[in-house]
Every structure is written in C-alpha cells, then in structure tokens.
Design a binder for this molecule. Structure first.
Ligand SMILES: [Zn+2]
Length: 254
C-alpha cells in the first residue's frame, strides 16, 4: 500500500467533509470505501442512483454492467441518462457521467449483462455485489456468484410504486435461491415509477456504504418491502429453508 493510499488527501477530506464525523463515517471507514470495489448490475432506475451514490460517497472502484441502448421509456426513471443520450449505448455514457462526478475514484463500464462465468469472475474481484436487475434470472445468477465467492450481496427489486431490498452475507444468511427456490414468471414490460426506483436504489447504496466502510448497522438477512402505493413498510427476517438449498451448500467465506 502506498503512503497516499493510507491517508485521505486534503482534497479528499474536503470532498467528503459532510460525511465524515459522528454518526456518519470515520476517516478510516472512508479509507475502507476508497479501497473497495463494488459491482452494480444494471444501472437503470435503481442501479443508476445506487451507482451514483456509491461513486459520490467515494467507493474507490465502481463497476457497472448494463447492455443496450437508452430508449424513450427509460427516461421516466434512469437518472444516469438524459434525452441527449437517446439511442446511444448506456454503459459508456453512464460510465462517463459517473467519472464526471468524482475524480477520486475509478469507474469501469461493462456494456453487457454478465453471464454465469463473467458474474463469477467479477464477484472474485469485488467486495460487494449490488443486483438491480429486472429479471429473476440475472438476480439469481448474481446470487449464485455471491455464494460461490463469499461476496456479500444486496438485491434490489421494484414493481409499480413498490420495491424490496435484501442484504446477504452468504456465509451467514439465506441466499436468493433460498428466498426464491423457483424462478417466478417475469413480464418484460412491467410498470414502474421512477421515484420508487430511485428510493430503493439509494437505500441499496446506503447499505452498500455501511457494508464496505463498516459504519452503522446493516440490514443483514432482512428484507425490506416498501409498498409505495399503499404507503406501507414491512421488514421480514429471512430464514434458511429446512434443508439448505443447492446454491448454499457450495457456500464459502471470503
Ligand atoms: Zn441458499
């Protein structure tokens, strides 16, 4: 570790001044963020704000993964894009935007959704995985990568005006396959309001900041369900099923 990596520079102290102090982060916790790597899969309505807040908070290496081009219906929620980007590939443009927010971090933008092998390789180099993908297939894939590598996972999901958030350290908490033993049916064009995407994405980032820095209390092993339509918040403790799921049997600690 170089000398510069053991301390915050005066410029970094100034950048993070409002999040350093009692009730937020200590300088050593901010340094932990600086030396952390996070993967956010899909950086649309939820993953966009999640990646943005992780980048602005000072996570040293933020990897985003999202294929495809920005299209008109994305713009009710995808905060990393704008009308100027319509028709362009999301990942390169979103990566440039994130880099423009914080010169003290690295941003890597992958122009695809990782397959099994790629998810596993990415998980090996990450301290935290944040799934903001719309499909159960992608969410469960990242869940398997989390378990196989012992990397903590935050899973964020949304529908309509509602969303859920779950945080798992695979050595200690049920994995996504424990929670969803059978992949539920998926409708490609489900309704969603940007305000809930952004709220759940920001909460995912907050849990991520605590996990990576060691600050505060993490919602480990709990699912937060926010029904924004009826304005109801529920928290549920997740429990391992009676017999460990196939994925969890392969768990190892990082
Ligand atoms: Zn499991």
């Amino acid at each position: 570790m170089t000398e510069s990596s053991q301390y915050l520079s005066p410029e970094e102290r100034a950048r993070y001044a409002r999040q350093l102090g009692p009730g937020v982060l200590t300088e050593s916790q901010q340094l932990r963020l600086k030396h952390s790597t996070v993967l956010v899969t899909r950086v649309g309505g939820m993953g966009g704000p999640a990646a943005q807040m992780l980048a602005m908070a000072g996570v040293g290496r933020v990897i985003i993964a999202h294929g495809g081009e920005l299209i008109e219906p994305d713009l009710n929620r995808q905060v990393l894009g704008s009308e100027a980007g319509l028709g362009q590939r999301r990942a390169p443009a979103f990566g440039d935007y994130l880099r423009s927010l914080n010169r003290f971090i690295e941003v890597e933008a992958l122009d695809y959704e990782p397959n099994d092998e790629q998810a596993l390789a990415l998980a090996e180099e990450c301290d935290l995985l944040v799934s903001c993908a719309p499909t159960f297939g992608e969410r469960l894939r990242l869940g398997r990568a989390s378990v196989a590598t012992g990397t903590p996972l935050i899973d964020a999901a949304q529908w309509g005006m509602s969303g859920t958030l779950y945080a798992s350290d695979p050595a200690r908490h049920p994995c996504l396959a424990c929670l969803y033993p059978h992949e539920p049916p998926f409708e490609e064009y489900f309704p969603v309001v940007g305000a809930i995407s952004s709220a759940i994405g920001s909460l995912a980032a907050l849990e991520g900041i605590k996990i990576l820095s060691g600050a505060g209390v993490v919602m480990w092993g709990r699912m937060l369900a926010y029904d924004g339509f009826l304005c109801r918040i529920t928290q549920l403790d997740a429990h391992f099923p009676a017999s460990r799921c196939d994925v969890c049997r392969r768990s190892r600690q990082k």
